[in-house]
Design a protein around this ligand. Sequence first.
Ligand code: UDP
Length: 217
Amino acid sequence: MVKQLFGLYGASGFGQEILYWLRLELQKRADPSRIVFIDDGASKVELEGLAVMPYEEFLRQPEGVKWATIAVADAGIRQRIDSKLQADGIEQYPIRGDYTFVRGAILSEGSVLSAFVDITSNVKVGRCFHANTYSYVGHDCVIGDYVTFAPRVSCNGNVHIHDHAYIGTGAIIKQGTPDKPLVIGQGAVVGMGAVVTKDVPPGATVVGNPAKPLVRR
Ligand code: UDP
């Protein structure tokens, strides 16, 4: 088996969470490949027994085949890193936790799905989707690029979520219809535990049950 290099981009909280799944996968198939953390701002050189290095150093590593997985929650940073990886021809390695199902869904490059995630039928998902544990995506949903689901998001059927939206822990999104999908606009934030019953405008932050725009005093 060819020894490859897997770079987990982001030596922070989420990077450490998903390291487990990448390690497990390589162990299961007795793959001798090496995993490192890529981090441009880290002060440490080692984490969880792995080397931590800036991106330029990752590119200089001797392995002929290199993969990266972006493990940073911030959508803007994810997009920037994604563009850089594409420009350098580095493919992104998808992460799948145990008991995670992708059935009849089309996922674009860079998806990171933790354990117990269920993505159901006729779903389309954009680049670098992060879905944390126990999240659900119902039938006929369309999810844009760099969208993030915190743990336990319940996104029912016929919901359209635009680029860069962030859905907080335990949020519930009511189903739309084929004629009128429920739409969460670009860059919107849905607060933890929110129950979203109608469209969320681009850039808005909504909280509560039923979810309403957050008014800052
Ligand atoms: N980071 C990086 N390159 C960038 C932007 C961020 O290596 O261009 C790293 C940053 O140094 C930090 C990590 O990504 O270690 C993001 O960590 P944060 O705690 O903000 O995010 P989380 O792990 O919660 O997604």
